[in-house]
Design a binder for this molecule. Structure first.
Ligand code: PEP
Ligand code: MN
Length: 362
């Protein structure tokens, strides 16, 4: 028994280093047969490293299926026995950590609805003290990197050495094409701040539907993520939770075959020389842009002084509308999206207002 556990620890260590790291399995464990068959079919694809299954499901509304509970844990042990693959579950409370450890779960993750709550994260972290197990932390449902960082700190402080991050998108009001908006810029920033942590993407919960899963997974791989966690089910349409986003193990296999896997770097000197040259061009252009922006602010300060002398307000909505309209027309011709022009001019305009404010207050 001890020997098997030690062997599994070693498998997990190896998986932890593998790129891409692929985690897959049902949103929820439903029956023993469903868990075991999903695992066996995933194993057959030869592409999956860790089997996932939700045992306790924090659902947004009561009345939906809230997980099978600890009775599903032996099913995961069975799946592990038949496939040799490590298993992962979500934990949201101290007791759940205890139960998962009793049933030899190999990897844990903290879900998005738990990461938002420092009390719950702390409870999970306390239960993990002295335990050697990898823990993934999903982003909180709201776009708040500090909350995500806080959860990471709590888990690290509990002594967990293998910590990974899962980007599963962020809730937003109203209907978008996604179930949870990816807000890639936030994920990129989190990855930048934590270069030592594994960073994987959860296209299933970002998309909430099957048809755009591959596209989002590809985008994550293009952004140098370390792996993917994707929900699979033997009969996706009949899944007890998240039916619309689940795919069969075989479809996952096909999808992973079709993804174009990228490298972060290549050894070729020619490539590096060409990249270096283009990066210098970019630096040069960025410098010029900043010079131009600084010159623009100087003009804006002069205007500020003039407005002050003539007792005129800083903001003039008509002028601001005219600037934007002009920029949209020009920007379109230059291949710049309306979204970018809006964000860019907003930032420039705010900076300009700040400069004029200083003049008004001096
Ligand atoms: C899940 O992975 O099934 C899950 C509940 O995800 P999230 O915490 O991202 O909503
Ligand atoms: Mn799910």
């Amino acid at each position: 028994m001890e020997a098997i556990a030690a062997k599994m620890k070693q498998v997990v260590q190896e998986k932890w280093k593998k790129r891409p790291l692929i985690i897959s399995g049902p949103c929820s464990a439903e029956t023993e047969q469903q868990v075991v068959e999903t695992a066996v079919r995933l194993h057959k694809t030869g592409k999956v490293d860790i089997i996932r299954a939700g045992i306790w499901k924090p659902r947004t509304r009561p009345g939906s299926f809230e997980g099978i509970g600890a009775k599903g844990l032996p099913w995961l042990q069975q799946a592990k026995k038949l496939t040799g693959l490590p298993v992962a579950v979500e934990v949201a409370a101290g007791k759940q950590v205890e139960d998962a450890l009793t049933f030899e779960v190999d990897v844990l993750w903290i879900g998005a609805r738990t990461t938002v709550n420092p009390f719950s994260v702390q409870e999970v972290a306390d239960a993990l003290r002295g335990v050697d197990i990898p823990v993934f932390i999903k982003n909180p449902i709201n776009p708040d990197l500090e909350l995500w960082t806080g959860a990471v700190e709590r888990v690290l402080k509990a002594g967990i050495k293998q910590v990974g991050l899962i980007h599963r998108g962020f809730s937003s009001y109203g209907n978008t094409e996604y179930r949870n908006a990816p807000m890639w810029h936030l994920a990129i920033e989190m990855k930048r701040r934590n270069p030592e942590l594994i960073f994987i993407n959860d296209p299933s919960h970002i998309c909430g539907r099957r048809d755009i899963l591959q596209e989002v997974a590809q985008e994550a791989i293009d952004l140098d993520y370390d792996g993917l966690i994707i929900e699979t089910h033997i009969d996706p349409d009949k899944a007890w939770s998240d039916a619309k986003q689940q795919i069969t193990p075989e479809r996952l296999g096909e999808m992973l075959d079709q993804i174009r896997w990228r490298k972060e770097d290549v050894a070729s000197e020619e490539y590096h020389a060409a990249m270096e040259k283009m990066r210098q061009q970019i630096n040069q252009l960025d410098d010029e842009l900043m010079q131009i922006l600084s010159a623009r602010m100087k003009v804006s300060e002069k205007i500020g002084q003039y407005k002050k002398d003539n007792n005129i307000t800083i903001l003039q909505t008509n002028r601001w509308n005219a600037i934007l309209e002009r920029a949209y027309t020009k920007g379109e011709k230059l291949g710049l999206s309306k979204e970018f022009i809006t964000k860019y001019f907003d930032a420039v305009h705010m900076e300009s207002i700040n400069h004029q404010n200083k003049i008004f207050n001096s």
